[in-house]
Design a binder for this molecule. Structure first.
Ligand code: FAD
Length: 299
């Protein structure tokens, strides 16, 4: 582990941050205070999620529009296939293009009934993420990111299907892969080896979740197929009523994970911020990603 000690003011690490669209004024205020705190770190891009089944279509659009109009950040809008016709989705894509958005995160999405229900493509819709990527390509010259799963997507039958599906998305025009969050770096490395062996050469950016609430993380991980290693459970055990210590432990856990990935050669990270700046800012600092003066950001 030599690299971690070399990280300083001139680190070659690039980062991106993911937010979700706020539901009310209070959440809006806390989102924007997180954005203000993180903007000087000059992220490669910031992405805004799209609620299940398109439930946040307007709110996602509004948040992305505000990022375009009020910040120097490069927003990426998430978009899913679920619950809309191809025509409706194309209209959303054209809206983003006209707004000046250059990056879309193209996803299939989960069934309207929730994660775990059987997904049935709509006849007049885009069926899978690879179809959506193709549709977006027809509309404009976007950067397109797609999702991948170091522990496999819960519905995928085996690794060969999983990697073939990712290859279809990249062959359709995706320019970057962002992974589901994970806690076992060995699994990520094995996944990356499979991806490269399949001739997929676009950047594969690990999605990193700084844990803000361990219990919720356990519940959500079971649904989305991320395993919780025993060592991680042991670290949070006994801290249920001790939020201060939990926060310190979270910071150590994410620091350790990310620096180990740096040692393994990773130099790009995507943070699931949960609309909070604190932990993400701290880990960026550890990575040598420091605030940049506004004129440098514009350059
Ligand atoms: P796809 O790549 O289309 O594939 C998922 C599964 O569909 C495959 O494993 C396979 O079982 C099946 N499949 C694919 N192609 C075929 C085929 N040709 N025939 C039969 N079966 C097929 N969800 C949201 O609702 N909003 C978001 O903003 C959002 N953001 C995300 C960001 C990231 C970085 C990640 C990792 C996930 C995100 N998700 C989001 C969750 C995502 O929508 C779900 O994980 C969804 O179940 C799969 O989406 P996908 O784009 O990976 O699907």
């Amino acid at each position: 582990s030599i690299r971690r000690f070399q990280l300083g003011e001139k680190s070659d690490i690039s980062v991106s941050f993911e937010f979700f669209p706020p539901k009310n004024d209070k959440m809006e205020a806390s989102l924007w205070s997180a954005i203000e705190r993180l903007e000087p770190l000059a992220p490669n891009f910031v992405s805004v999620t799209y609620g299940a089944g398109g439930s946040t279509r307007e709110r996602t659009h509004r948040t992305v529009a505000r990022l375009v109009n009020e910040t120097g950040l490069h927003p990426a809008a998430h978009l899913t296939c679920v619950g809309a016709s191809r025509g409706e989705i194309d209209a959303v894509v054209r809206d983003y293009r006209d707004l000046g958005v250059k990056h879309i995160v193209a996803l299939r999405g989960d069934p309207l009934e929730g994660i775990g229900a059987i997904y049935k493509p709509r006849e007049d819709g885009y069926a899978y993420a690879c179809d959506l990527v193709e549709g977006i390509r027809r509309i404009g010259d976007f950067e397109i990111s797609v999702a991948a799963y170091p522990e496999r997507h819960p519905e995928s039958p085996d690794w060969s299907f999983e990697i073939d599906n990712l290859k279809r998305k990249v062959d359709a025009g995706a320019t970057r892969v962002i992974t589901q969050y994970f806690f076992d770096n060995d699994q990520f490395e094995e996944f990356l080896n499979r991806v490269r062996a399949a001739g997929i050469n676009v950047p594969v950016v690990p999605g990193i979740l700084p844990i803000t609430n361990f219990e919720q993380t356990v519940v959500f991980s079971a649904k989305c197929g991320t395993s919780i290693p025993d060592w991680l459970t042991r670290r949070f055990k006994g801290l249920e009523t001790d939020p201060e210590t939990r926060k310190l432990v979270s910071s150590a856990v994410v620091g350790e994970q990310v620096l180990d990935l740096v040692d393994r050669g990773v130099n790009e990270f995507h943070f699931y911020t949960m609309n909070r700046a604190e932990l993400t800012f701290a880990i960026c600092h550890m990575l040598g990603v420091r605030p940049v003066a506004p004129e440098k950001q514009a350059a």
